[in-house]
Design a protein around this ligand. Structure first.
Ligand SMILES: C[S@@+](CC[C@H](N)C(=O)[O-])C[C@H]1O[C@@H](n2cnc3c(N)ncnc32)[C@H](O)[C@@H]1O
Length: 397
């Protein structure tokens, strides 16, 4: 089984042990590095790490998500829940059905749809449940991924493709379900370090023919977030303002319905745990995880875990009601994972084995079951959501 995006069992302590990129990949990376270096020079010698991460992942035509890297699945760099098989989408479909029923209609908007696997499997399952939404919108930054998503849906459910359309920005107004799997962790994060004499924001500069770190005194908003955390000198971590702003912008468009976010992360007390001295930044390259985002520019994924306390605060401050927060395992069980598993025929050895593997990967505590969380917000939806019936941990946020 391939490692997922968070999985540090595959950690590479020495980045020299990473597989070397091909000459073509190397040339691609050089072109992006050149683009980043220009921006570093224009900025007077350094750019905030969040801007470096944004360029490395999303620079048009060059960034990791914007260019042709394989990214998802066995031939790529990491595996996400929808890539394991259709079980994740089948469970999610049961949660969607409950919401669409309560709303007596509504559309679905998926943000950051990756390969399109979730969109295809969710539509297929909703069709079989008799709850197909009229429209399935995909909000996706990457033109390359949009094309790939259309291909996936065309291949797996061609008759459902006419319901799908792509958006460049959140719609002005939306009624239905907004969902995103592993979107927030892919948003550019601010990096900071606590120095003995104050908080520093971490920047990226270019020296001795390579990108390297540079620190500057942190601006007031960073100070205001970090000082109350009372972290020890040397402590380095992240703040994800982009993710918080994104939740606010979606909240503004959600006229009625539910925002459902699935990602890896913790409540704030665990996110800034005293032992998490180096923060949560993680890079993925060909199923190896390591912690140096300044190498393999544009060829590797860069992520930071999600501070769910910050996300909860962003959603509620924007007028949404927090409907639930729980682990992925508890959510999927609440959505009916057990019943779906019970339908599997052990005589059909291959299908049964595949399903068992998906269940293990999605729910075991040392796999995706505990680290991955689900948070839901609502507007004009009063009904308790299925996914939080087994266990709701809102009190921990
Ligand atoms: C880690 S991938 C997850 C893909 C998919 N949801 C999955 O679970 O396999 C992150 C996705 O979010 C997209 N993305 C990142 N920032 C975005 C934004 N602000 N709006 C829309 N999509 C975004 C990326 O292009 C990519 O498709």
């Amino acid at each position: 089984m391939n490692p997922s995006r968070h999985n540090d069992q595959t950690a590479v302590p020495d980045t020299r042990a990473l597989p070397p990129p091909s000459a073509e990949e190397q040339a691609h990376s050089e072109r992006l590095a050149c683009r980043v270096r220009e921006e570093v020079a224009q900025a007077g010698g350094a750019i905030p790490f969040s801007r470096f991460m944004e360029l490395a992942l999303y620079a048009p035509g060059f960034g990791y998500y914007a260019a042709g890297q394989h990214k998802f699945g066995a031939g790529g760099d990491f595996v996400t829940a929808p890539e394991l098989g259709p079980l994740f989408a089948r469970c999610l479909a049961r949660q969607c059905r409950q919401i669409l029923e309560a709303l007596t209609g509504g559309d679905i908007l998926e943000a950051g749809a990756g390969s399109g696997a979730l969109a295809a499997d969710l539509l297929i399952e909703l069709e079989s449940l008799g709850y197909l939404p009229l429209r399935y919108a995909i909000l996706e930054l990457s033109a390359e991924l949009r094309a790939r998503q259309a291909e996936t849906i065309k291949l797996r459910a061609p008759h459902l493709l006419p319901r799908v359309h792509w958006l460049d920005a959140p719609p002005a107004s939306f009624r239905g379900i907004v969902l995103a799997n592993e979107l927030l962790d892919a948003m550019p994060a601010v990096r900071f370090r606590v120095a003995p004499d104050g908080i520093r924001e971490i920047y990226v500069t270019w020296e001795n023919d390579r990108f390297s770190w540079l620190e500057k005194p942190a601006e007031q908003p960073v100070q205001d977030r970090v000082v109350p955390l009372a972290l020890v000198p040397g402590y380095t971590s992240e703040i994800n303002w982009h993710a918080e702003a994104w939740v606010r912008s979606i909240a503004d468009t959600l006229q009625q319905g539910v925002l459902l976010l699935i990602d890896y992360g913790f409540p704030r007390t665990e996110f800034y745990h005293p032992q998490r001295l180096d923060g949560t930044l993680m890079c993925h390259y060909r199923h190896r995880a390591h912690a140096d985002p300044l190498i393999l520019v544009g060829l590797q994924d860069i992520t930071a875990h999600v501070d769910f306390t910050a996300i909860a605060a962003a959603g509620t401050a924007a007028g949404l009601r927090l409907l639930g927060y729980t682990s992925q395992a508890a959510f999927l069980i609440g959505c009916g994972l057990d019943q779906l598993a019970a339908q599997s025929d052990p005589e059909n050895t291959r299908a049964h084995l595949e399903l068992t593997q998906q269940i293990k990967k999605l729910t075991l505590p040392h796999e995706m079951g505990e680290l991955y969380k689900v948070i839901a917000f609502g507007r004009g939806v009063e009904e308790p959501l299925l996914g939080f019936a087994v266990r709701d941990r809102r009190g921990r946020l």
